[in-house]
Design a protein around this ligand. Structure first.
Ligand SMILES: [Fe+2]
Ligand SMILES: [Fe+2]
Length: 212
């Protein structure tokens, strides 16, 4: 007799479970931005080549996943409630430019004289794009999609796990290699990777980026 209420109590829908485990769509996007910007700040002209390549590939892998989930889930949902928004219309062309620079970096080694300049160009593009998203698109989503942010966050978590699965060994290797504290590299690498996979940040947002 109590089986219906037991069922209701103990078998919540997978969507609800995923919503409980996931960050909201806008929190996840902000955490990804912080992850990329803080990884970028580990890059110095004098950084050894191997570590430079690990930092660059960590950024590139994060951008692969981030741009895709925005294009597949976040932007279409925002387009429904904010058609013809200028910042939204520029977003995919800006992602295309980011992808072009990522592809170019992946063809180079850190010893290439264009390597640092190309990475700086990528980060300028990313920072400009992030500033538009954080000052225009995320506040717009929080106004107009307030009741869908949890559900969208769950969809985005599911998709980021699917997209990340084949990249996990490369992500772990590069995240660990990019870590400044060599003695703690494995633990810190695993923690940073798990935080990325769940769309939750561990890094402190750099104060001087001017972002919220
Ligand atoms: Fe973004
Ligand atoms: Fe974006």
């Amino acid at each position: 007799m109590g089986s219906n209420s037991m069922t209701r109590t103990f078998t919540p829908s997978s969507g609800t479970m995923m919503e409980k485990m996931s960050a909201s769509a806008t929190s996840m996007i902000r955490a990804d931005h912080t992850h990329v910007v803080s990884t970028f700040h580990q890059f110095r002209a004098e950084t050894p080549h191997r570590r430079k390549e690990a930092i660059v590939e960590t950024v590139c892998l994060a951008l692969d996943v981030h741009t895709k989930i925005e294009e597949e889930i976040f932007y279409p949902a925002l387009r429904e409630v904010a058609p013809e928004n200028d910042a939204l219309e520029k977003s995919v062309p800006e992602h295309d430019e980011i992808r072009r620079l990522v592809a170019r970096l992946r063809e180079m080694r850190a010893g290439n004289p264009d390597y640092d300049r190309t990475f700086m160009e990528l980060m300028r593009e990313v920072m400009h794009h992030v500033a538009d998203e954080e000052t225009i698109l995320l506040p717009l989503a929080e106004q107009r999609l307030a009741d869908r942010l949890g559900e969208l966050g769950a969809q985005m978590t599911k998709r980021r796990l699917e997209l990340s699965a084949p990249k996990v060994p490369a992500m772990l290797w590069n995240t660990a290699q990019a870590m400044p504290m060599r003695g703690l590299w494995l633990t810190a690498g695993v923690v940073a990777l798990l935080a990325f996979l769940m769309g939750r940040g561990t890094a402190t947002r750099p104060a001087h980026t001017g972002m919220h």
